[in-house]
Design a protein around this ligand. Structure first.
Ligand code: DC
Length: 232
């Protein structure tokens, strides 16, 4: 290997897809990996959440596919990757915190079942990631958005562990914990059983089960795979 080939390898801008259920650790790993590589971290879920928020604010039915597509077409949904946390803008307004609330989580899960809503999202996500140098996370990135991604990770973990992580992340305790856990299970079920692009590992994805692993261990594994792909 000469210096020239090393330069070429390090400047190759990969498309990295990280898919998996909620609470498996995708966001943390994706943002840490992107930071290390100098890549952009795009959270596709934030786009579904932004559209869901718009539907809530406009009083649109989550079951009305045509109305939701129209809302999407008239919305400006921007993902702004930033150190210290990605920002999501909806029609120029910073909705980064609002879209994490329970009502929006539920609505996002429901609006994301519609094939035409998904088609609109997938087209935007392809435009955003086309140039490479991107770590995109979601449910269908390796199967649908970038079926030719350079590296596909499917990050999973035991359901109980995922629920616990979510509770810790969102500082949820006491009585609400049980209902939040039940909502998470229901969203999971909807993701895995919907007809359009259900949550499933791509045939060529590397499946990592993070149940007994620390964040650093998962990251080290993913970084090892990135290095391999850069050599390919
Ligand atoms: O990853 P998240 O929890 O922020 O995603 C919000 C919702 O959007 C979730 O219910 C699944 C859905 N989603 C999807 O269907 N496809 C994606 N690529 C990303 C998210």
């Amino acid at each position: 290997m000469n210096d020239h080939s090393t330069d070429e390898q390090s400047s190759r801008k990969l498309i990295i897809a990280i898919d998996g259920p909620a609470g498996a650790g995708k966001s943390t790993i994706a943002s840490r990996l992107a930071r290390k590589l100098g890549y952009v971290n795009l959270e596709s879920g934030a786009m579904y959440r932004a559209l869901a928020l718009k539907a809530i604010e406009r009083d649109a039915s989550f079951d009305d596919e045509a109305a939701l597509v129209k809302l999407a077409e008239n919305a400006r949904i921007q993902l702004e990757p930033a150190i210290g946390g990605n920002r999501t803008l909806l029609d120029g307004r910073d909705v980064s915190s609002r879209i994490r609330e329970r009502d929006v989580s539920e609505a996002a899960s429901r609006v994301s079942v519609h094939p035409k809503v998904r088609a609109w999202m997938v087209a935007r996500q392809r435009e955003m990631g086309a140039g490479g140098g991107v770590v995109m996370e979601g449910r269908d990135i390796g199967t649908k958005v970038f079926p030719h991604a350079d590296l596909k990770i499917f990050l999973d973990a035991d359901p109980v562990v995922r629920e616990q992580r979510r509770m810790t992340q969102q500082k949820i305790k006491g009585d609400v914990a049980a209902s939040v856990a039940a909502e998470l299970r229901e969203r999971d079920r909807r993701d895995r059983t919907r007809v359009a692009s259900p949550l499933v590992a791509a045939a060529d994805a590397v499946v990592i089960n993070s149940t007994g692993l620390t964040e650093d261990e998962v990251l080290a594994r993913v970084e090892g795979l990135v290095k391999e792909r850069m050599r390919d």
